[in-house]
Every structure is written in structure tokens, then in C-alpha cells.
Design a protein around this ligand. Sequence first.
Ligand code: ASP
Length: 443
Amino acid sequence: MKKLALHWQILIGMVGGILFGFLMTQFDWGKDFVGDWIEPIGTIFVNLLKLIAIPLILASLIKGISDLKDIARFKKMGIRTILIYICTTVVAIVIGLGLVNLLKPGVGLPEETKERISAAYSSNEKIAKTQETAAMQEDQGPLQFLVDMVPDNAVSAMSDNSLMLQVIFFALFLGISMLLVGEKSAKPLKDFFDSLNDVVLKMVDLIMLTAPFAVFALLATVVVTAEDPEILLALLKYAGVVVLGLVLMISFYCLIFAVYVKKSPLWFLQQIAPAQLLAFSTSSSAATLPVTMERVEEHMGVEKDVSSFVLPVGATINMDGTSLYQAVAAVFIMQVLWPEGLEFSNQIVIILTALVASIGSAAVPGAGMVMLVIVLKSVNFPDDQLPLALALIFAVDRPLDMLRTTVNVTGDATVASVVAKSLGKFGEPKVKEWDDHFDEVSS
Ligand code: ASP
């Protein structure tokens, strides 16, 4: 019997999880039951993905760089990658700003809705924490991001998933130095990282065997912990604008794929679907990264020296979905609470700060909302209104986070394909299954 494609298995798991979650909300004990018995399955899965993220980046980037025959090519790839990332992010912000100004979701929001939301969320702990984290990031100097990129201890950089850029820096440094010592001296180290890379990709295959069950658990948890459905409905217009923008962004990627990469967008979506579904279920592009890398390399045919650089960098700095969301959310909040601030000059400031903020956002759930505080402060949004501003969008943040993370991951895969195509490094897919060598170890 032909096996059901992975993305269908995951989709079935997701739908099952949502239905199960709704069923559990009908019982008083349902939420606790999901928290005690279902949620841990999702947490273990996300931990497994995070567990292999650093070894995978390290091994594949060092392999990718040390395979290069010429350093000038790397420079070309680096510059192209950063420029294309900036361009797609600007497109996302402009789409977001265009839609929110055109559809004005915040104009005419009933006073009682505002009061209800304020009463429900203004003293919410998570909102207070979001503000604290934003204040910490805001106090930093302009070159802090460069300082943060260079670790003072390689081992401690590798011990913290949020320091991915430091690991990328170390891997690049090591890979380039390996090129410079010449083939003979670099060979033992290169063989080691080649082998580590193959092994870690096999670990991705094994983890993915459990994905349909894990997404069931993740989505059931999201449903039972969701906010009050009536508040969700009151914010439907705002959420609708973000969703419309995200759909336009996916269409934009498909267009780039058809026109520049010259492959069918449907084929692209099919190959990348498992990564998208995981991004949706986990709300974390960092946790999804191993799967994104596996799909782009093995299932789409992007060569490793491109994907191993473009994708980890993209997971940390390229967040088109997040930047689109920040633009829509900032203007929506201003439409509701501070209409006098909606001048043209402020919208230009939003473009610039949303660009920088999305680069600075961590690839973890809810990070976009932290950086939104910085976007709002950049236009001098009144400080005393900030808790209410965040309260306004808090209820729908999780579902929107799931969607924008899906777009973030799709954007990274698109740019990896564009860079690969431009360097003649878009080859044929070579799909590996988890049990390719199983016979050799089973009697
Ligand atoms: N959760 C997003 C990501 O991991 C970031 C955000 O928008 O909050 O890509």
C-alpha cells in the first residue's frame, strides 16, 4: 500500500488535535487533562527539534563552506542573501501598511470592546513581561547587534539556542579557516563534519516520524489554552487584515518561484509543506529549521553550500511574516488609540523600524510582539497607553503567530531557492528515507 505523504499525515494530526482540543473544552477537567497528558508530547517533539538545531547548523555550514572551491563565491552568496532578505522584508512591510491603511480595521472599534479587552488583559502577566523584554532590548547601542554576533566562548554559544547567530559566526570562521589551511590539513575535520551532517539529517528523519502525533498534541494544547472566543471575534477584522497580507506574501513567493526559479509554485508548496505545517504548529522558525533544511536540500534540490548558509541566517534575521504583522498591528493600534499619530512620516518610521525589529526578533513564539513595542516607541506612541495597546492585540496573537511563522519559513525557503538558482546551484532532489540503511543493521 502506498504510504500517505508526510504533509497529509501531519495535516490529519493537526485537524485531529484541533477537534480533540474543542472536545476537551466541553469538560471541566479537559484543560488539565490536556496539560498533564497531551501537552508533554508536543513539548518533547519541539525539544527534539531544538536539540539538533545547533549540531545541524554547525555541521552543515562547516561542510558547506569547506566544500566551496573559491571564497569569492561565498562573498557573492552572502551579499546576495542579505540584500534579497531585506527586499522581501520591505515588500512584506509595504503590503502590511498598504492593507491596514486601506481597510482600516481599527477605525470604529466599539468603545465597549476596547473596555472589555482592557479589563481582561491590561494586567496580564505576559503583557507586562513583553514590555520588560522590549525595554531591555531598547536600551542597547546601535552596534550592539554586531557585538552580540561574536561569541567570547564557542562552547557557551553552542549551549544556547537563542545564540544561533553566534554559532553561525563561529561555523563560518572555522569553515573559511579550513579552506585556507589547504585540503590536506582540513580533511580529517571535514570528514568529521560531513559525517556529523549526515547523521543529524537522519535524526531529522527519525523525529519527523513522530510529527503527526506531535502536531496533534501541539494543536490540542493551543485550542484548550485559547483566549475568550468573543474577544477573538471582536478582533476578527484586524486578524483578517494580517491574514490577507500573509496570503499575499505567500502568493508573492509563488510568483518569484514561477518567474525566477522557473519551477511550479505548486511543486514548491508541496515540497516545503511539512516545514510550513510544523512552523504553524510550533510558532517557532528556529525549532522548524532542521526540517526546513532537510526539505530544501533533499526534497527541492538546493545545494548544501547555499542552504546551509541561507536558511540558518534566514531563520534568525529574515521574518517577512513578522514584519508584515508588526506594520499592521502598529497602525491598527494607532487607529484605535492614537489616531493623531498616523502621519505619513510615522509610517516611514514604521517601515524602517519594522525592518530592523524583524531582523532582531528571536525565532521563538511571541517574539514579534516584543519587537512591536519597539516599533510603537519609535513613533513616540504614548507610554501610558502601551499596556492597553498590547492588550488590544494579545488575544489573537497566538493564531497570528502561527501563521506569520509559516510565512517566515516559506520566505527563507524561497530566498534559498533564488540564491541557489542565481549561482547555478539548484540541482535535482535526492530524497533520503529514514530506513535507507535499515537492512544493514537488522538481521
Ligand atoms: N514566532 C515567530 C518565528 O519564530 C516570530 C514572531 O513573529 O513572533 O518566526
